[in-house]
Each structure stands twice: as C-alpha cells, then as structure tokens.
Design a protein around this ligand. Structure first.
Ligand SMILES: Cc1cc2nc3c(=O)[nH]c(=O)nc-3n(C[C@H](O)[C@H](O)[C@H](O)COP(=O)(O)OP(=O)(O)OC[C@H]3O[C@@H](n4cnc5c(N)ncnc54)[C@H](O)[C@@H]3O)c2cc1C
Length: 381
C-alpha cells in the first residue's frame, strides 16, 4: 500500500483541482490523481477561456451557485496573485420567443441581477465587434465575463499543494473497491492507495469509471476556432462582452481575444459526435472550421480573417443537460462530480467547495436537489 489519505480525488481538471484545493485548505490529507498533465489538452477545460454568465437561461436555480462561484474566483485570484475572472459583460442574444432570451431575462428578474435589454441595432452600435441580426434581442448583464480556465486549474493545484495536497500526474486510476470497515482502496497504473473518501471528477471518462454514470454521462466532441479580426481592438476584453447567440445555424458562443490572437467561437454540440472519450478524434479538419468561420463572417464585424487556432475539446452530456453532483447509491464514501453538459467550468470553484463539504461532513448547505442522480431513475424508461 503506497499511502493512506482522507480523500483521493481522481481527475485534476476543472472540478478535481478545485476539490483538492478546498479539501487541503481545510486540513484534509488529499491525493489528486491525474492521468495526463496539469493542465492538458485532452479533456474539457483547455482553450484559454470559459464564459462566466450570471444570467442563467438554463434555470434561475443556478444563479445562487454562480454568485458563490464568482466570490470564490475572486478569493482564489487574490490568494494566487493572478487574475482569473475577467469582467467583460455578457450578452445572451436570440429572438424574443427563444428559450435562451426568455430564460436569461427570467433569471435576471428572479434574482435582481442588473441587466438591460438591447435591440440588435443598439447592441451592434455599443459593441462594434458584434453584428447581431435584425429582430434579435440581447440581455446584457454587466458581470458576465470569462474565466481563464487553464490558469484557474494551475491556481487551484498550486494553492492545494501549498496547503499540503499531493498531486500525481501521469497516474491513471484503474479501479476502486470499498474497504471493510469503511473507506476505499484505489488501484492505479503505478500503485494502490487507501482513503476514507473518493471523489471521482474524471470529466469525459467518468462513465467508464463509474457504472452508475455509464449511460447518463456521454462524451461529445466539440471544436473551438480562433479567427483574426480586421480590427482587433473591437474584440478585446474591454470592448467585447462574452456572447451566447442563437441563430438559424445553431447555438454559438464567443469570447474576446485573450491568450490566442483571435476571436474565439464555438458552436454548441458542434457536429453531434458522441462516443467513448478516447474514441473521439482530436484531429480537426475543414468541416470543423466551416460553421465557425461562417458564423465569424456573418455575425461579427470583420472577424473571419486568418485562422489562429482550431482545437477539439470534450463535453460530458447528461440527458437533461443539468449537472450530476452526488454520492453513489449505497456507497456514501464515493462522490461523483463533473458531467456538466458543456456549461460547468464557471462553477468549478463552488463545486470544489461543495465536494469538500460532502467528503468531510457527508453533507453541504448547497441545494443539490437538481443535481442528484436519482432524478434519472425516477423517469419512466
Ligand atoms: C469547447 C468547450 C467550451 C465550453 N465552454 C464553457 C463555458 O464557456 N463556460 C463554462 O462554464 N463551461 C464551459 N464548458 C464546460 C466546462 O469546460 C466543463 O464543464 C469543465 O471543464 C469540466 O471539468 P471537469 O473537471 O469535469 O473535466 P476535466 O477538466 O476534463 O477534468 C477531468 C480530468 O480527469 C482526468 N481523468 C480521467 N480519467 C482518469 C483516470 N482514470 N485517472 C486519473 N485521471 C483521470 C482527465 O485527464 C481530466 O484531466 C465548455 C466545454 C468545452 C469542451
């Protein structure tokens, strides 16, 4: 046996790195196991930026979580000494009857979030990088922005290590077993360890490690494109709010120039390619670039210049596209988190805090009712 810990965290990406930090800060003996590097480009958290939205069209119930997440990002950047959250303002733009526009507005109203509704013309004049189509309306929420995602992981890992956490990279969990009298035994490709609790935050691989999640956390290939705009100043963080845009061609999202010299654009569910994480191609081709370049040309002002980068990334999709954060049925020593359906990174700070609560105290004051596993078994087959 290589060592005994209070908690082993499998997967040191977005969620796992935050869990390691919050656990170590509270004095737990933590081991974080990561099969690749910290950070790396095979999972869900790379590509420099992730949108931070408080106006939460998916459900107003996320707003208290995102508020707490933002507080924690600010605390973490202070402790780490580098900026992690960049406030640019955020826009959710769609036709008036679209669920994204309506949901975004509803969450602003339900939670008294400062916001303004702009016509397409008003938005395009105020933010010259935009070219929203006629008839669209935009919810502008000034606290929207982005999280520097790889920097956030680095911050959580560095702070966790400073608080005593052990982090092992290039070490893959093979399986785990309950131990008589409580706790778990974890076998990796290098050693075997024991701990009181196991947190599985393995992102797109979680369904391969946790049978209860096999059918309800499905990896999906995404592609991100960065295009050089003709006038970069209109696409910098001080002039370009992060954007969610619903148009005939799909659901697009965009963040300003940061880390890569181009406007970043992605299309939700890109080409609808799902399958085991290791089977999804990390190569990119012209068919990946085409819909992103089309959107860059049509919905932004001179943004379809030379390609600066094109990268794949993985979503982990649940049937209702809400998160799963729970203990396993009949196995309270095993906690699962991370199928976040393509919108989880902004929450990783607060999810780390919640995972630390669950691992240390067996409960949390956060309302996890919408994230429980049981909601799927309750549905008719
Ligand atoms: C293209 C794209 C755009 C997105 N945009 C946004 C956005 O704008 N805003 C937002 O909030 N969210 C966004 N998301 C979603 C967000 O990025 C994810 O919800 C988040 O990164 C998931 O974090 P995670 O910790 O679950 O996964 P990861 O960060 O991938 O971490 C899981 C880790 O587990 C490791 N692992 C797996 N198996 C093992 C094993 N057996 N042993 C050891 N380690 C293992 C992996 O190597 C990986 O490092 C986006 C996602 C993508 C792909």
């Amino acid at each position: 046996m290589a060592g005994a810990y209070d908690v082993i965290v499998v997967g040191v990406g977005g969620m796992g790195s935050a869990a390691c930090y919050h656990l170590a800060k509270r004095g737990s003996r933590v081991l974080g196991l990561e099969r690749f590097d910290v950070p790396h480009s095979f999972g869900s958290s790379h590509g420099t930026t992730r949108i931070m939205r408080l106006a939460y069209f998916e459900s107003p119930a996320y707003v208290p979580f995102v508020r707490r997440a933002l507080e924690l990002w600010k605390e973490t950047e202070k402790a780490y000494g580098e900026q992690i959250y960049f406030r640019t303002g955020g826009i959710d733009a769609a036709r008036e009857d679209n669920a994204v526009f309506r949901g975004s507005l509803e969450s602003c109203r339900a939670h008294d979030l400062p916001h303004k509704v702009l016509t397409a013309d008003e938005a395009n004049r105020r933010f010259p990088g935009y070219r929203l189509p006629d008839g669209h309306l935009a919810v502008f929420q000034p606290d929207g922005g982005f999280i520097a995602s790889e920097r956030a992981i680095l911050a959580h890992v560095t702070l966790a290590q400073a608080a005593g956490a052990e982090i092992h990279c290039r070490e893959k969990m093979i399986d785990w077993q309950p131990v008589a009298g409580g706790g778990v035994r974890v076998r990796t490709d290098r050693a075997t360890y024991e701990a009181g609790r196991l947190i599985v935050a393995a992102g797109a691989w979680i369904g391969e490690l946790v049978p209860d999640l096999a059918l309800i956390s499905v990896p999906e290939r995404q592609v991100l494109g960065w295009f050089q705009p003709a006038e970069p100043k209109h696409f910098r963080p001080d002039e370009f709010p992060v954007l969610v845009l619903i148009v005939d061609e799909g659901f697009f999202y965009a963040t300003p120039i940061w880390g890569v010299p181009g406007l970043k654009i992605g299309r939700y569910h890109h080409r609808n390619e799902r399958g085991p994480a290791d089977s999804l191609s990390r190569e990119v081709d012209a068919a990946d670039e085409a819909p992103l370049r089309h959107a860059a040309a049509r919905y932004f002002n001179g943004a379809d210049g030379p390609l600066m980068a094109l990268k794949t990334c993985l979503f982990t999709i649940t049937p209702d596209e809400h998160f799963i954060i729970d203990t396993l049925p009949g196995q309270p020593e095993v906690i699962v988190a991370s199928p976040c359906s393509g919108h989880g990174f902004k929450f990783s700070s607060v999810i780390g805090e919640i995972l630390a609560d669950l691992a240390r105290d067996g409960k949390t004051s956060a309302d996890l009712s919408q994230f429980r596993l049981g909601r799927f078994s309750a549905q008719p087959a």
